[in-house]
Design a protein around this ligand. Structure first.
Ligand SMILES: NC(=O)c1ccc[n+]([C@@H]2O[C@H](COP(=O)([O-])OP(=O)(O)OC[C@H]3O[C@@H](n4cnc5c(N)ncnc54)[C@H](O)[C@@H]3O)[C@@H](O)[C@H]2O)c1
Length: 350
C-alpha cells in the first residue's frame, strides 16, 4: 500500500493501490462522520465501476445515493452544479454527509465544488479513474465549474478528506485519454524530476509507480503554495501555449495534446535561443512522441500568440513563463507579455 500524506489547509491521505475500488467503503468509513453519501460519476465510469464502489460503501454501512452526469466537459456547468446541490437539499444531506466523486477530472472538479459550497462545505472524497485525475486534478484542492465566459471561472480551493487511486481502473481508459494524462506525467519529470523523466524514457515504470511519483511532486509543490500565488505556477509548464492551442483548435485538440505541444514549443524556443542544449529538447520531443503525443500543430504562431496574449494582458504587462533549461529543473521567468510572441515564433515548427 502506498500512502502519500498531504499537509495542506486540511491534512489528508492519498492511497494508491490496485483493487482499492473494492475496498473504498472501509477507507471512507475512517474519515467520514455521516452515513449518507452522494456517489457522483459520469455515464461511462458509472457503467464500469459504480456498482463496485456502491457495494463497498454499503458494506461499510453507508447509505449511497448514486448520481450520474453526462460524459464530458459540458457537465462542469453551472446548470449541472445547481442540479447536484438541489438534489443534496431535496434529499436532506447534512453537513456531516459527503460527496464521493468517482471519475475523471470533470467529475472531481464538479463534485469538489458542490462539496465546497453546499451548506458551506460537506465531506469530500475523490476516487480518480483517469491518469490525469490520479496525477493531477485529484491532488491540490482546486475545484471549479465553467462559465460561458471561460473555463474554471467559478470555483474554490477545497481539499478532499481522502483520495483513493486504483491503478487497475486505468486499464479501461481509451489510449488517447491515457496519453492525455501522460502529458502531465512528462511535465512533472520536466519541471522537477530528471530520474522520473529517464525512467519514463526507459518505459520501466508501472502505473502505480508513475502515480506515486507524480503525486509526491504535486504534493510538495501544493504544500508550499496551496493557493497558487507563485511557486505552484511551475505546474503550468506548457499550459500558456497549450491553452492557446486548445482555443485556436476550437477544443478539437485535447488538453493533454495541447500541453504536449506547449511544452515542445517552449523548449524548442529555449533551444533556439541557446538557453538549453539541443539534446535536452530532442529528448523531450522523443518522449512525447513515444507516448503518442503531438509536438507540433498547424496553427499559425501569430494566431497562437494573439490568443495567448489576450488571456494574459488582463493581469498586467508581464507574465510568469515556466521554462525548463535542464530536464528536471523547471524555473519561473518573468517576461514582458509581448516577449511571448518571440518564444512562440521561435518554438513553432515552420
Ligand atoms: N482541479 C485541478 O487541479 C485540475 C487539474 C487538471 C485538470 N483539471 C480538469 O480536469 C478535467 C479533465 O479531466 P479528465 O481528462 O480526467 O477528463 P474526464 O473527466 O472528462 O474524463 C475523460 C474521459 O474518460 C472517461 N473515463 C474516465 N475514467 C475512465 C476509465 N477508468 N475507463 C474508461 N473511461 C474512463 C470519462 O468518462 C471521459 O469520457 C478538465 O475539466 C480540467 O479542467 C482539473
Amino acid at each position: 500500500m502506498n500512502i502519500i500524506e498531504v499537509n495542506a489547509s486540511r491534512r489528508y491521505d492519498i492511497f494508491v493501490e490496485e483493487g482499492l475500488l473494492n475496498r473504498a467503503g472501509a477507507y471512507c468509513a475512517q474519515v467520514l462522520r455521516g452515513k449518507k453519501v452522494l456517489l457522483l460519476t459520469d455515464e461511462t465510469v458509472g457503467a464500469l465501476y459504480l456498482n463496485t464502489v456502491k457495494q463497498s460503501l454499503e458494506a461499510s454501512g453507508f447509505e449511497v445515493n448514486p448520481y450520474t452526469v453526462a460524459v464530458g466537459e459540458d457537465s462542469k456547468s453551472t446548470a449541472t452544479y445547481l442540479q447536484v446541490v438541489s438534489y443534496l437539499a431535496e434529499n436532506h444531506f447534512t453537513r456531516s454527509d459527503a460527496i464521493v466523486a468517482l471519475g475523471g477530472g470533470v467529475v472531481g472538479d464538479l463534485g469538489g465544488f458542490c462539496a465546497a459550497t453546499y451548506l458551506r462545505g460537506i465531506g469530500f472524497v475523490q476516487i480518480p479513474t483517469t491518469l490525469l485525475a490520479c496525477v493531477d486534478s485529484s491532488v491540490g484542492g482546486k475545484t471549479a465549474v465553467n462559465l460561458p465566459e471561460g473555463k474554471n471561472l467559478l470555483g474554490s480551493f477545497y481539499q478532499p478528506w481522502l483520495v483513493l487511486c486504483d491503478p487497475t481502473a486505468l486499464q479501461t481508459l481509451p489510449s488517447e485519454i491515457y496519453a492525455d494524462g501522460m502529458a502531465e506525467v512528462i511535465k512533472y519529470g520536466m519541471i522537477r524530476d530528471r530520474t522520473l523523466f529517464e525512467a519514463l524514457e526507459r518505459g520501466e515504470l508501472t502505473d502505480t509507480e508513475i502515480i506515486c511519483r507524480c503525486v509526491a511532486i504535486k504534493r510538495d509543490i501544493v504544500e508550499q503554495d496551496e493557493r497558487d500565488t507563485g511557486y505552484r505556477q511551475l505546474l503550468n509548464f506548457g499550459h500558456t501555449v497549450g491553452h492557446a492551442v486548445e482555443k485556436c483548435s476550437d477544443f478539437s485538440i485535447s488538453h493533454g495534446s495541447a500541453v504536449a505541444i506547449g511544452m515542445a514549443v517552449l523548449t524548442r524556443a529555449l533551444s533556439a535561443m541557446g538557453k538549453t542544449p539541443a539534446e535536452e529538447c530532442e529528448r523531450l520531443l522523443a518522449l512525447l512522441a513515444a507516448c503518442g503525443l503531438p509536438t507540433t500543430c498547424d496553427i499559425a504562431p501569430q494566431a497562437l500568440y494573439e490568443v495567448a496574449l489576450s488571456d494574459k494582458k488582463r493581469a498586467n504587462d508581464t507574465l510568469a513563463l515556466i521554462t525548463v533549461p535542464v530536464i528536471g529543473e523547471g524555473g519561473i521567468e518573468t517576461i514582458a507579455v509581448t516577449e511571448l510572441a518571440r518564444y512562440i515564433e521561435m518554438g513553432a515548427v515552420k
